[in-house]
Each structure stands twice: as C-alpha cells, then as structure tokens.
Design a binder for this molecule. Sequence first.
Ligand code: AVI
Length: 330
Amino acid sequence: ATASAPAFSPSSQTEELEKLKQHVATGLSRTPKTLSSTYFYDDEGSRLFQQIMALPEYYPTRTEFGLLTRHQAALSTALRPTAAQEPFYLLELGAGDGLKTKILLRHLLDTGAAFTYVPVDISAAAVEGLAASLQQELPELRVEPLVADYGTALRLMASRSGRKAVLFLGSTIGNFLPAERQAFLRELAAPLSADDRLLIGFDLQKDPRLIRAAYDDAQGVTAAFNLNLLTRLNRELGADFERAAWQHYTDYDPLSGAVRSFLMPTKAQHVHVAALNQTFSFAAWEPVHTENSYKFTRPLIDSLAADAGLTVAEFFTDERDYFADVVLRP
Ligand code: AVI
C-alpha cells in the first residue's frame, strides 16, 4: 500500500481539552445531567470497545461482518463505478481496526477495481495505525489517510474528480440523537454529487432482551467502558469521582428504539472538578445519561434517507434481519 501524509491538520490538544471542559461544565449543570459517549474513546476506552466487539452478547459487529462477507460481491458492485477501470475514492468515516472493511477492500482489489482507500478520523494515530497495518496486509492497496472531522472530509474530497463511495459502518449512526442524526445525514449528503454513494450500517429493532443484553454483558466490560469516562475526567480534568460509588445502568425502549446508558451514583456525593474550579452535587441514584444507541426499522431508514435528500438504492441484511448495510444515493 502507498500511504501519503494526512492532508488536514486536526484541532490542537488544548482545543480538545477546552471542548471537554465546556462539555462537562454544561452537561453536569443541566437536569437531567448528561455526558456524551463521544468522550468514551480515550486509549483505555478504545481498548475496552475492542473487547466489547468480541463479547458473546454484543451481536452487531459479528453480524455486520457476516453480512458484508455474504454480500461482498453485490456491495462492491453497488459501490464501484459501472465502468470497471474508472478510478474512484472509497472513504471510510471512523474506520477503527478496518477488520470489516478489509472484506470489501479485498474483493475490490481481487476484481481489479481502481480505487484509493481514504480512512477518515479526527485521531491521526487511528488512521495512521490502520494505514500501516493495511500496508502489511494488502500491499497493492492505495491508502490516503485523512485526519479531519467527517463533514470537513467530505467537503475536501468533493473537489476531487471521480466517484466517492462513503462507508459509515458499525451502526455508529445509532449513537446520535434523532435531531443530531438528521443534521449529520444532511451534512454528509450535501457535498455528494449524483454519482456518489453512501453505505451506512444500521442495527435493526429485534427481541428487546437481546438488545438489552448487548449493552449489559455478563462480564461487565460494557460497565467498565461507561465507568472509564469517570477515570478520564479524573485524569484530564482533575476531577475526584470515586469510581466505586458509581454503577453502569442501561435500558432499552422498544417504542423509541433507543438503548440508553447511564452512570448512577450509588450514594449522594459532591465531586470537585479542578480544571473548572467547580463542584457538582449528585443525589443518590441521580442518573447521568451517557449514551444513546438507537435501533432502526426499514420505514425509519427510508424516511431518514428521504429527509436528507437520499434514496435507498439497496438494502442488505443478514439471515436473521438483525442488522442492515444500506446503500444510499443522492
Ligand atoms: C460505537 N457504537 C456503535 C457502539 C454501540 O453499539 O452503540 C458503542 C457501544 N456502547 C456500548 N457498547 C457499544
């Protein structure tokens, strides 16, 4: 693989810290208190998420892996330009370890597609690590990592000629609140031209017990993942959360399709956050809402697409209809 240097400079560490401070100050001052799951992914959080993806209860990753394997030929056809030799860009938003993407990358390479793979992430370490591992495994692949937020990446790439096929896998779309999700999809769709394509992974509504278990596993890895946020705030903001006085709690509401996760204080307490020079009070069992993980239906996906000016071109699912990878076009 040939990997060029990141083309976009991300915000500095000081800016990131300022954002986190602002976020905590606002989130812990509102009723009900909230913190965002976007802050789960420090080094330890990313390591725990890798562990979650391998848990027996966490079906989404292995299901999507199976469905990409099952439909790789049809998916490749839907993503690549009709003329076999026409060059195109395969962008991936938040690629992670690229395990699932490699199924498609291999298939495209084996069938002679002329494309450049562009993994996009705000973390330079994430895209560079992935580019290096791909270099080893798929030496013939062209990789151009892009360090940017997703909207910026798509706007930057819009000026390049050739089809852009954009992957957003893993049902990360489910981590947005409905209004944010709509705004995000519109932002993704706006720079696309008629020939471009989006492939989005959606976790589907199913037996509510299966869904709930996926977010409250028996080994407690998901609990550690949620609680790690407190450790992060202690380290980065000089907070004094007593981790043993907090629990992970999660529920699934089949009406809204939302899994909601909370950090629950098991006793009343005051927590000082040195970086904010502020103390926050928590009543016993006062929930701090940390994550949403929405589950979808076909009609909901159709209406989300329509709202963003997109059409569902193809809808791929696994044999149990647990998960869908959906090809969208402007
Ligand atoms: C990253 N995202 C799609 C995961 C999910 O299923 O919502 C994050 C996660 N949270 C708890 N377990 C997994």
